[in-house]
Write a protein that binds this ligand. Structure first.
Ligand SMILES: [Zn+2]
Length: 144
């Protein structure tokens, strides 16, 4: 998944969750892109250039252990990380979900390559949901 797909998914999830305050929404959205801090060209990794040199992409920051640690710091952050992991499981390269076991896991049936057509379709669908939620929740527009 591209970073824009992850951040759109994070924003959409944050807005769909009831009774979430602004800091929690921000943390969930941050969590949705945080695991890619291990990639030098990612939205977060480019701001912390030392980490992509130390960490293997889709390794420890893409593990359930990392999600649990983030959840322990602040639950919405951990939920955002978990959302990122779920989306990256769709990537054919897989993620080291059970790190330190280095076996990469991906979904066996549906795969979505980062930057591919399905990545764009997913991102567009998420934008439609996000726009619908914003129109309904903040502007009072009713679709039903
Ligand atoms: Zn990732």
């Amino acid at each position: 998944m591209r970073g824009s797909t992850h951040v759109t998914a994070g924003l959409t999830a944050a807005l769909l969750m009831p009774n979430l305050n602004i800091p929690a929404m921000a943390a969930l959205t941050l969590g949705s892109i945080l695991p890619d801090i291990d990639h030098r060209d990612s939205l977060v990794g480019r701001h912390v250039p030392i980490l992509p040199r130390l960490l293997k992409h889709r390794g420890v920051t893409h593990s359930l252990l990392f999600a649990v640690l983030c959840y322990g710091l602040y639950p919405p952050l951990g939920v955002g990380v978990l959302l990122h992991l779920l989306l990256d499981l769709l990537n054919p390269a897989g993620v080291a979900l059970l790190w330190p076991w280095k076996k990469r896991i991906s979904t066996p049936v549906v795969t979505i390559a980062s930057g591919g057509v399905l990545d764009g379709v997913l991102r567009t669908g998420l934008w439609v949901i996000l726009a619908t939620v914003v129109l309904h929740r903040f502007l009072g527009y009713s679709f039903w």
